[in-house]
Write a protein that binds this ligand. Structure first.
Ligand code: ATP
Ligand code: MG
Length: 630
């Protein structure tokens, strides 16, 4: 079969070939980026189907994202003589999708999809109810972080009564966790983590059922094994307990999901749990030129906590990685787009380009520049537009009200920062009719029961009115300082995501506003970008030849001819939270940030551009400390 593949132009080196054909017993493929791990998995599947005539329904192929799963099937279908019917019968997908299907098969009612809490706010709502019971201050308590912590416990199979809190904060979260679980049960709802836990319990409770699946799934193949967590690992162990045909593929240097409970130890200790494991190391990098592979090697070798390995490239490139220094985010976006345009004029395709960033918010300038160009581009995940982020939306709403004091959406959006309940909106509507005034003016008639607060509301109206005449940056300044937004952000802390802070949003907003001279122009721009974002979301899946905009996390496993890494400065990569941890003596988060940069660097097939702006979020920035070595 290997010979036949060779004749069709599909080559494997010695170790790869061994990995393709050793289909019996546990196999661990430990290898750096671009060494053909995923390719070996597809070839191995093709080999089993074509050469060994193994029933496709007995092969389970697990990948990290739905997109990666689809891509793998597509690749398998390309192998010579492969029948599409066989490929379709493969059990392939993410852990969640595969095990959810199993659950639905046995307990359809309980797991019906309308009971799934898909959105973070749904889960937060339950948590907040629990919080009220123990008198937590809704505005002060970081519910998003609590949710993350609960997820971590769940994925590590630590049930509510088993939690051993390590801080006063964790003590509170542990209480919430108990309540969260029982509220969820009472309302017959479930979250994503429950899918895997549910399957784990199902198999634990019903050994006979487990045995059926053990017999059914004779071959387990798992890509990106470094990001597996406890519950996933236990499921793999259970299912393969009888036959032991597990092929685990991974690179400990690309473990970047520890905040979700992923642990590369499962990869590195695989041999201990799976008897007679064969280990294959791949150390040829087929993706990138020598210059990029060397950069990646040097970069990652600074990590202490890793399995030593050195990648060797197969070819030399046309140029070493390029580091460039734009003034700020705006110039960064301009430089990148100019470069991409030139290269497309020289014959490259939009699909050959990827722009990678550490956090969603960091993509704002590039997104705006692309949205205003004719270049096709795609977002690989559901990124909300910058102007729809909670804090940004709130600030902009003051600006909107200065243009139109009857903008009811904007009124709704400023209520939280004025510490008014959403129900106040109806009073405002009534008041504006009763007193024949605008919604904004109706704020003066609001009775909150606190004279102090009522006085403040009265003073606020002329200030809001004055904003429209100011340059947008000055207007934002007033919202921040005189209209109490700064205090609100301080109280509210982080919104939605521990990595992205409200105060960062304000600074980003000011950088964006600098390009405009009037509030009206700036609002028009924001609306245009919001509309474009919705448009992109709708059309993203249909454009195949497009520039990819993606977080580094989501780019794992993918490859692009040209890769641009933006915002490579301290505070972004490595992220501030990792720098804080490092200062407090915890080195692990910093190492994970370095792995992130390693993942980004190793996506490039031809050219790599690392952008190191002088300023970020309106302040002076220093180059990422990771760049020193390279
Ligand atoms: P990552 O760690 O980033 O997921 P990987 O180890 O899964 O990387 P692949 O994506 O499978 O690597 O392969 C990287 C690139 O190298 C692909 O374009 C693949 O087609 C190519 N490749 C792998 N092995 C060979 C080979 N023996 N000959 C030619 N090309 C190869
Ligand atoms: Mg891969």
């Amino acid at each position: 079969y290997i010979k036949q593949l060779k004749q069709s132009g599909i080559y494997f080196d010695g170790n790869q070939e061994k990995a393709v054909v050793s289909t019996d017993g546990p196999l661990l493929i430990l290898a750096g980026a671009g060494s053909g791990k995923t390719r070996v998995l597809t070839a191995r599947t093709a080999f089993m189907l074509e050469e060994q005539n193994i029933d496709p329904g007995s092969i389970m192929l697990v990948t990290f994202t739905a997109k990666a799963a689809a891509e793998m099937k597509k690749r398998i279908a390309y192998y010579p003589n492969m029948s599409p019917a066989k490929v379709n019968r493969l059990i392939s997908g993410t852990f969640h999708s595969i095990f959810y299907r199993i659950l639905c098969f046995h307990e359809r009612e309980k797991w019906s999809s309308d009971k799934l809490m898909k959105k973070e706010w749904q889960r937060e709502q339950i948590l907040k109810e629990a919080g009220r019971k123990i008198q937590l201050d809704e505005k002060e308590f970081a519910y998003d972080l609590a949710l993350q912590q609960i997820g971590l416990w769940k994925n590590t199979l630590i049930m509510p009564h088993e939690v051993k809190p390590e801080s006063p904060w964790e003590e509170k979260v542990a209480l919430l966790y108990k309540d969260y679980e029982s509220a969820k049960d009472r309302q017959k709802l479930f979250d994503f983590d429950d899918m895997l836990i549910g399957c784990y319990k199902l198999f634990m409770d019903q050994p006979a059922l487990l045995e059926i699946y053990q017999n059914r799934f004779q071959y387990l193949l798992i890509d990106e094994f470094q990001d597996i967590n406890k519950v996933q690992y236990e499921l793999v162990k259970m299912l393969s307990n009888k036959h032991g045909n597990v092929c685990a593929v991974g690179d400990d240097d690309q473990s970047i999901y520890s905040f979700r409970g992923s642990d590369p130890a499962y990869l590195l200790n695989f041999k201990a749990d799976f008897k007679n494991t064969e280990v294959i190391i791949l150390n040829q990098n087929y993706r990138s030129p020598h210059e990029i592979v060397e950069t990646a090697n040097t970069l990652i070798s600074a990590n202490l906590n890793r399995h030593e390995k050195e990648m060797r490239a197969q070819f030399s490139g046309e140029c070493p990685p390029v580091v460039f220094h734009p003034y700020d985010e705006e110039e960064e976006a301009t430089m990148i787009l100019t470069d991409i345009k030139e290269r497309i004029e020289q014959g490259e395709r939009p699909g050959d380009f990827a722009i990678l960033f550490r956090t969603n918010a960091a993509s704002r300038a590039v997104f705006e520049r692309l949205a205003n160009s004719s270049l096709p581009f795609r977002l690989d995940q559901d990124i909300e537009s910058f102007y729809e982020r909670f804090m940004v939306k709130g600030m902009l709403s003051f600006l909107r009200l200065s243009l139109n004091p009857d903008d009811s959406e904007a009124i709704k959006n400023i209520l939280p920062s004025l510490f008014l309940k959403q129900a106040t909106f109806r009073d405002l509507q009534a008041n504006s009719i009763l007193n024949d005034c605008s919604m904004l003016e109706a704020l003066t008639h609001v009775k909150t029961g606190f004279t102090f607060q009522e006085q403040k509301l009265k003073k606020l109206i002329p200030l809001v009115r004055s904003l429209s005449a100011l340059p947008p940056v000055a207007a934002i300044d007033i919202v921040e300082k005189d209209l109490g937004y700064q205090d609100f952000i301080k109280k509210r802390g982080n919104e939605g995501n521990q990595l992205e802070k409200g105060s960062d949003d304000v600074r980003d907003l000011k950088v964006a506003a600098r390009n405009f001279t009037s509030v009206a122009d700036f609002i028009e721009h924001a609306d245009h970008i919001i509309a474009m974002n919705a448009e992109i979301k709708r059309s993203s899946k249909t454009i195949s030849d497009a520039i990819t905009l993606s977080t580094i996390h989501r780019s794992k496993g993918l490859e692009f001819k040209n890769v641009y890494i933006i915002g490579t400065v301290d505070g972004s990569i490595p992220h501030d939270y990792a720098l804080d941890a490092y200062r407090n003596g915890d080195r692990q988060p910093l190492e994970e940030e370095r792995r992130l940069l390693y993942v980004a660097v190793t996506r490039a097939e031809k050219r790599l551009f690392i952008s190191v702006p002088h300023r970020r979020r309106g302040r002076k920035a220093s180059p990422s400390r990771f760049l020193g070595r390279i």
